[in-house]
Write a protein that binds this ligand. Structure first.
Ligand SMILES: *Cc1c(COP(=O)(O)O)cnc(C)c1O
Length: 354
């Protein structure tokens, strides 16, 4: 499937790896030695290369800086016991990246460049994959518009890049989330399903207000009625009520998470009752009040499962059941970790060995 690509490699003359404290890795602050780059000239992708990770230089008039044609992905590589690098479902990231590209009027990138470039990069920086429990190598593919032009129109040229960095556990403790009914993350017809920079920019201010009130994340509601829940911060939202796994369907406003899909697949394998449907805030509040809500968590690559311990709605903090009593989310987190770290058989073909 992945052919050998013509990638030119310039190795760093001075690896930074000895400066890294692998015992205490801070999320998102450390970058490995190399970066993969490909350029789009308006016709095709070319000049595939791996270079030392370094600053970019660009004109202040570069289109992405003004109009935000910028998309990204986030995934992880794990080290198994034999010391091999495993990447979890990267084909799904490649497909989603191209969906985001189409929505943002950017060129799609062939899967073999996306996956092949990633594979070569991880091979070269394999020593950067940490091997302590809960750690991994975060992989950030992204694309930006590079025309030097400040008129509003889709850029003709683009740059695709992938860099990586070792990460520890994303959340150290369960999160408190606030139901958001004033601000919205995404509206039908908008860009909510795309992994694009602007969605994040627009979410920062309401998230900051919630943080000032003591909440870690927002629970977004739909833009029309503010009654149905959508996502938890930048994760998909999942609940267990009456022994049934509940999550809203992906749509134009909800990002199609790979963690979400993987969890639904495992739950189905296990014969769990699943309902993928709209879930209202009042249904959640009622289930909490009647002690029928057993679990609530965010699902995403960064944390895999982020347990929610508090849901705040209209000024009331609802405390949820103790984390250690949460059978499903703890079990699915362990099952996914076992697959990602190669400790169990990969029956779904989710893991790409580098
Ligand atoms: C990336 C992302 C997710 C999680 O997707 P995964 O593929 O599971 O990492 C969920 N919601 C939003 C808004 C995201 O950007």
């Amino acid at each position: 499937m992945i052919q050998t690509l013509d990638i030119s490699v310039t190795r760093t003359s001075q690896s930074k790896i000895s400066q890294v404290d692998f015992q205490d890795i801070q999320f998102g602050k450390i970058y490995s030695d190399h970066i993969f780059i490909a350029d789009y000239d308006g016709q095709q992708w070319s000049d595939l290369r791996i270079e030392p990770f370094a600053n970019l230089t660009m004109s202040p008039a570069t289109s992405v800086l003004h109009y935000g044609q910028s998309i990204f992905e986030g995934l992880k590589a794990y080290k198994n016991e034999a010391g091999e690098a495993l990447i979890f479902r990267p084909d799904r990231n490649a497909a989603r990246f191209n969906k985001s590209a189409v929505r943002m009027c950017m060129p799609e990138i062939p899967e073999d460049i996306f996956l092949g470039g990633m594979r070569e990069l991880i091979k070269l920086d394999k020593d950067w994959i940490p091997d302590r429990i809960g750690t991994s190598l975060y992989i950030r593919p992204f694309m930006i518009a590079t025309d030097e032009y400040i008129g509003v129109r889709p850029s003709q040229t683009y740059r695709f890049m992938i860099f990586t960095g070792p990460v520890g556990a994303y959340y150290s403790k369960p999160v408190r989330v606030k139901v958001e009914k004033k601000f919205v993350r995404a509206a039908e017809g908008g860009t909510g399903f795309a992994k694009t920079a602007g969605n994040y920019a627009g979410s920062l201010y309401p998230a900051q207000l919630a943080a000032q009130q003591g909440y870690d994340q927002l629970m977004w509601t739909d833009a029309k009625t503010n009654e149905y829940i959508e996502e938890a911060g930048t994760m998909n939202l999942m609940l267990v009520i009456d022994d049934t796994l509940l999550t809203p369907p992906t749509s134009g406003t909800i990002l199609d998470g790979i963690t979400r899909d993987s969890i639904l697949t495992l739950a189905k394998d296990w014969g769990m009752k699943i309902e993928v449907r709209k879930v209202s805030v009042s249904e959640i509040v009622q289930a909490i009040e009647q002690n029928r809500l057993q679990e609530a968590f965010g699902a995403g690559t960064a944390a895999t499962v982020a347990h929610i311990r508090t849901i705040a709605n209209e000024g009331i903090d609802y405390e949820l059941p103790a984390i250690e009593d949460r059978e499903f989310s703890n079990k699915v987190l362990k099952a996914l970790d076992d697959i990602k770290y190669g400790r169990t058989e990969d029956t779904h073909g989710w893991v790409m060995k580098v």
